[in-house]
Write a protein that binds this ligand. Structure first.
Ligand SMILES: [Ca+2]
Ligand SMILES: [Ca+2]
Ligand SMILES: [Ca+2]
Ligand SMILES: [Ca+2]
Length: 431
């Protein structure tokens, strides 16, 4: 099953309403809060397995129970042809069984670690199987993109159809988050004449909504290196997340680069670059992000960083997710997914209001006592997580009452972050 043209190193990838406000303002603000928070309660993330992401030694899926796909004519995947992963829509065992100590091997896919971490953060994950259809606004399709907040496709190997490209563009334009992961030039795993850099470029260059929408294009390049050439953007959400961590490097194992154009899209920004390149320039980016319409897009030029090293037993996989680049890949992928999934508010005022009214914690600092978390009705049903500065999740629970007690006396002293939905608060634990 090894494909010789792919280098072996590679195959691896809270309420404090002032009485000064009018009643009317309170109602408006409350209504807004309710809308923004309730929309987040069912944040679903869809992982694409529709474009031969399991072909050859790729296994860029979150879970599979059946291994029977193989190459059909024209590079499409067909059941009964071989022993490649054939992921179902819903991963098994059920994600409701995932606790903070669940290992990534709960599911069988090279992207299971990423997916299990997302469930631990409160998201729902699903797969788009090989024989399903990408649509946007088609109510008869149970997996229509409008049901999801983020679509992740790690190294698609089959061109998207014209209708699918329109669907992606409308999805992003209307607030969706698209994570485009590519690979090095010449990585055509299913021998249909197209590799993932070409496939992503085809989406951006040839679609009915807008040509060059994101201000980025994949280059025909192939690099392997560890780079610490990270943009100096202290407030960037993909690089910095108080609960998850800061991105300081990446290991590219057979990956391409991106050329960026702010004249095409003035929101585009490279975040990690090839060693020696300008870390604010328009060339040689390994990772970039942009906004389009009310949505967001991120691009990574190598399929290796999400690889957790376990999945299809017939593949050669490499533990890169936390096994390489000092754990930075996990941080980058989680920060970016959180950013892509975040429901954004139309104004800074609303942003502040949402932070203040989402939930309250007391006392803070907390000593050897229980921490009380008072939660607005709009957050009921969501997951509350407490994360240490090292990224260790020390508490996670779906919250079904307005007051939750956390036994902080059991935890070591230090700084912690409480997250519910998209709001994170900092907490200090002292003796
Ligand atoms: Ca495979
Ligand atoms: Ca399974
Ligand atoms: Ca291909
Ligand atoms: Ca795995």
């Amino acid at each position: 099953m090894l494909i010789p043209l792919i280098p072996s190193a590679k195959i691896n990838s809270t309420w404090r309403l002032s009485y000064g406000y009018s009643c009317c303002m309170k109602i408006i603000r409350f209504a807004f809060l309710f809308i923004s928070v309730s929309g987040f309660a069912q944040t679903k993330i869809l992982f694409d397995a529709n474009k031969a992401q399991m072909c050859s030694n790729a296994d860029w899926v979150i879970d599979a129970d059946v291994f029977n796909l193989g190459l059909g004519s024209g590079g499409i995947m067909q059941a009964g042809q071989s022993n490649e992963a054939n992921p179902a829509k819903t991963p098994t065992p059920a994600q409701s069984g995932i606790t903070q100590s669940t290992p990534e091997t709960y599911w069988d896919g090279a992207l299971s670690a990423w997916a299990v971490d997302l469930v631990k953060l409160g998201y729902t994950v699903e797969t788009l199987p090989y024989n399903k259809t990408i649509t946007y606004g088609n109510t008869s399709n149970a997996q229509d993109l409008s049901n999801y907040k983020v679509f992740i496709s790690d190294e698609p190997n089959i061109l998207f159809s014209a209708a699918e490209k329109t669907a992606f563009m409308q999805f992003v334009q209307n607030g969706g988050g698209l994570f485009m992961i590519g690979d090095h030039t010449g990585s055509d795993r299913n021998f249909d004449g197209f590799d993932s850099p070409q496939i992503w470029n085809d989406l951006m260059n040839n679609n009915t909504v807008q040509v060059h929408p994101f201000g980025m294009s994949f280059d025909s390049t192939d690099y392997s290196q560890t780079s610490s050439n990270v943009a100096n953007l202290p407030s960037d959400s993909c690089l910095h997340n108080a609960a998850i961590g800061n991105v300081t490097q990446i290991k590219i194992s057979g990956g391409s680069t991106l050329t960026l154009s702010t004249s095409q899209n003035n929101s585009v920004r490279g975040l990690i670059y090839k060693t020696g390149a300008s870390n604010s320039g328009s060339t040689n980016a390994f990772f970039a992000r942009a906004r389009f319409g009310t949505g967001k897009v991120a691009a990574l030029t190598d399929s290796s960083p999400p690889d957790d090293g376990t999945g299809d037993p017939n593949d050669n996989l490499y533990f890169s997710y936390t096994g390489e680049a000092n754990g930075n890949h996990r941080v980058l992928l989680l920060n970016t997914t959180i950013w892509l999934a975040a429901v954004e508010t139309p104004s800074a005022v609303n942003e502040v209001n949402k932070e203040e009214t989402a939930f309250e914690i007391y006392p803070n600092p907390v000593h050897a006592e229980n921490l009380q978390v008072k939660i607005n009705d709009g957050l009921l049903g969501q997951k509350l997580t407490v994360v240490s500065t090292e990224g260790r999740i020390v508490f996670a629970e779906t919250i079904n009452t307005n007051l939750t007690t956390i036994p902080f006396s059991e935890f070591s002293t230090g700084i912690y972050f409480l997250r519910i939905g998209e709001v994170t608060k900092k907490l200090v634990h002292l003796f």
